[in-house]
Design a binder for this molecule. Sequence first.
Ligand code: NAD
Ligand code: WQD
Length: 336
Amino acid sequence: MTQTILVTGGTGFIGSHATVALQQAGYRVIIIDNLGNSSLAVLDAIAHITGIRPEFAQGDIRDPETLQLLFRAHKITAVLHFAGLKAVGESTQMPLAYYDNNVHGTVQLLTAMQQAGVRSIVFSSSATVYGDPQKLPLTEDHPRSATNPYGHTKLVVEDMLENLYRSEPDWRIARLRYFNPVGAHPSGLIGEAPQGIPNNLMPYVAQVATGQRPKVQVFGNDYNTPDGTGVRDYIHVMDLAQGHVQALRYCLEKEPELLTVNLGTGTGYSVLDMIRAFEQASGKTIPYDLVARRPGDIAACWADTEMAYQKLGWRAEKGIQEMCDDAWRWEMTRTS
Ligand code: NAD
Ligand code: WQD
């Protein structure tokens, strides 16, 4: 029988790609999203790619009635929980909004799941929980810390899920720590659509390539890295989406467990590597200035990927050129 998965934040960047992967793996998807950082057009695009329009409830996970109605109306097997706010800088300006959406929102979601007897959840955590790495690659047992409210909300939710699992060991919980998700679906129909000035490197680079912004500011070239610029583990969003399908399968098929897994490629690339790969993808020259470090940034970060492979049989397959090619195709579609 087809299993129904509730995807919170499913019209957002990662949730929309995960929805495509879930539908293609044979799951039925219901999305709940308040459209705070996404749009309804995503639903048509998903329908175009998969041939199936996911069911959609416009609503907020902080609203218990909306959640209760959803759980009553559908026989939901598991939840993939993407909904939340994600801008590090903004989180220092409006911390309460971050605790409200990310922590309180998750409390409401878990409470509704508990009431409905739904005990399987895959949660979007982040490599930000590792703080400044003490050693690389980052293994899941690396000490955790947070330097900003956004990161702290991820720590709190990770802890909350652990507390829940200890008190009710029949829960099946995956805490997936994403590294730096980039790229887009190869169709060019869905991708990342930041509002205003992008905070993250790759959407910013894409907007410089299209001429929407004049230059990239490269934050720091005096790090202890091969070319002095920051090194990150960029992961194609479709690889990430597939990681979710495999984490979901694991949760549903194995004994109840609290699973914590990195989703990264295991390889780090510098800011200049990424700019060069995007130049290749777009055929454009991407002007940049070397400027001061961004406060709070770390020098380098990449994942140890063994746990993901051992537990989920999952490895990322796409390299940075494919990430940039697909991001460029999406940028062309959305700006045309
Ligand atoms: P996104 O902003 O594109 O998607 C989040 C979606 O959640 C949006 O569509 C938004 O409208 C919705 N949403 C937010 N608050 C909501 C609420 N209270 N009720 C209902 N819907 C709500 O972000 P994304 O990049 O797809 O990130 C998804 C998740 O992954 C987030 O939890 C984020 O913290 C986490 N994450 C993202 C990254 C990244 O770099 N993109 C890295 C690590 C972890
Ligand atoms: C990547 C590299 C910058 C912009 C953030 C969050 C993290 C996670 C992913 C959610 C760094 C450099 C950037 C620019 C630049 N999100 N850069 N010029 O900081 O690794 O991670 O997103 O969980 O929590 O902190 O990603 O894309 O912002 O930066 O030189 O205009 O690009 O210094 O080295 P980051 P990013």
